[in-house]
Design a protein around this ligand. Structure first.
Ligand code: SAH
Length: 367
């Protein structure tokens, strides 16, 4: 059996692993044992799974494997941020970023190779889109990062938070993202609390409603504008799901749980969306949605015409929000010396949308 005929156990969520063992005539508790070996101890070698019994280990070796994405390179920023470039197949690479802070360590995880949305201020968008990541390629990012950081016991583990904020739109890879997040939450796997796993979306409204029905995680919404005309330009998905529909979906997501809030992300673009009037419009828009605001200084990338708002403008914008009672933080730019900051993740995308080609033609490259 060649390696790719074998089942990659990273592709199975807990019910999937239980079914896999049931098919082998094994009891369901084997799934919990194997999850612990893989995710809590970082073990990929069945021979090291000492509570499994020799017969079962041999059987597993013949039909299954633990096959994480291959690390192509690791980049360390002077601020402690680490970026891994991961090879998925012959054509495609993605990026994963670890951001250490005093009280926590956040892993920023990708969900797709490239992105099918075409947000005008995001460098991932420039790369076009190839495909969705498998469950194993998503949860494998945690596995690889944990390995690189020494695979410590849970209390000392460096990854305390996960944000689905890497390359791609997670809600457009719904099933695989949900399965991977269920492993992040499962006590037999990573056991992170639902407050510490955040999915960030540009606002795929029907998928937001489905998400609420199948898993409970924190939600961040990339808003970036307060009126449809501007948001249509920045986040073209807005033409399909305009702001009013998105806000209604956010309220439905929160339901009547008074303790919960949605984080609204707002990229600060000089002269585009950063005036006092925009800030006041944001206050008005968020008046009846329990929320926090995350202001993201724009991170430039080659060929963009946008500029980041000056620091004084970002501060003034933030102060207006705070004066009106909105919890607001300005996201610190991390890892920009290794191109690991928000919107800078590019990987290597074998574009199937021809978008990158069109862009090159527009820019006169190769003519
Ligand atoms: N597709 C998802 C996940 C991407 S998350 C989403 O849209 O939410 C990454 C966050 O960084 C999003 O809020 C995105 O809009 C923002 N972003 C993208 N490009 C950026 C850039 N160049 N500078 C700062 N933030 C950027």
């Amino acid at each position: 059996m060649t390696t790719h005929d074998k089942v990659n156990l990273l592709d199975l969520d807990k019910p999937g692993l239980q079914a896999f063992f049931a098919d082998m005539g094994e009891k369901a508790f084997r799934a919990s044992q194997v999850l612990k070996w893989i995710y809590q101890f970082g073990v990929a070698d069945f021979d090291a799974m000492s509570n499994l019994g020799k017969g079962l280990r041999e059987k597993l070796k013949s039909v299954a494997e633990v096959r994480p994405p291959r690390v192509v390179s690791e980049h360390r920023s002077h601020d402690g941020t680490i970026k891994w470039v991961l090879q998925l197949d012959n054509l495609n690479c993605i990026e994963t970023v670890f951001i250490p802070e005093t009280e926590r360590g956040t892993l920023c995880v990708s969900s797709q190779v490239g992105c099918a949305l075409d947000c005008s201020f995001c460098s991932t968008a420039q790369q076009g889109f190839n495909r969705n990541l498998s469950v194993g390629e998503i949860i494998g990012q945690l596995w690889v990062a944990n390995q690189a950081m020494g695979c410590l016991p849970r209390e000392q583990r460096q990854i305390t938070n996960v944000v689905m904020m890497g390359m791609g739109e997670p809600l457009l890879n719904f099933d695989n993202v949900v399965k991977a997040m269920s492993l992040m939450l499962d006590d037999d796997a990573y056991g992170l609390s639902k407050r510490r796993v955040t999915l960030s979306t540009s606002g795929v409204v029907p998928a937001l409603d489905r998400l609420k029905q199948v898993i409970d995680v924190s939600l961040a919404v990339s808003l970036h504008a307060t009126d449809d005309a501007l948001r249509d330009k920045l986040v073209p998905l807005n033409r399909k799901y305009p702001i009013a529909e998105l806000m209604a979906a956010c309220k439905r997501y929160l339901g009547d749980d008074a303790r919960r809030r949605i984080t609204f992300e707002y990229v600060m673009l000089d002269g585009i969306n950063d005036s006092d009037a925009h800030a006041r419009a944001l206050v008005k828009l968020l008046r009846d949605v329990p929320s926090k605001v995350n202001l993201i200084p724009f991170n430039p990338f080659p060929n963009t015409t946008y500029k980041c708002s000056p620091q004084a403008r970002i501060d003034a914008f933030r102060d207006i929000l705070i004066q009106h009672g909105l919890t607001t933080i300005t996201r610190k730019t991390r890892g920009n010396d290794i191109e690991a900051a928000c919107g800078q993740l590019a990987g290597q995308v074998m574009d199937r949308t021809k978008r990158s080609l069109r862009r090159e033609q527009q820019a006169g490259v190769g003519s």
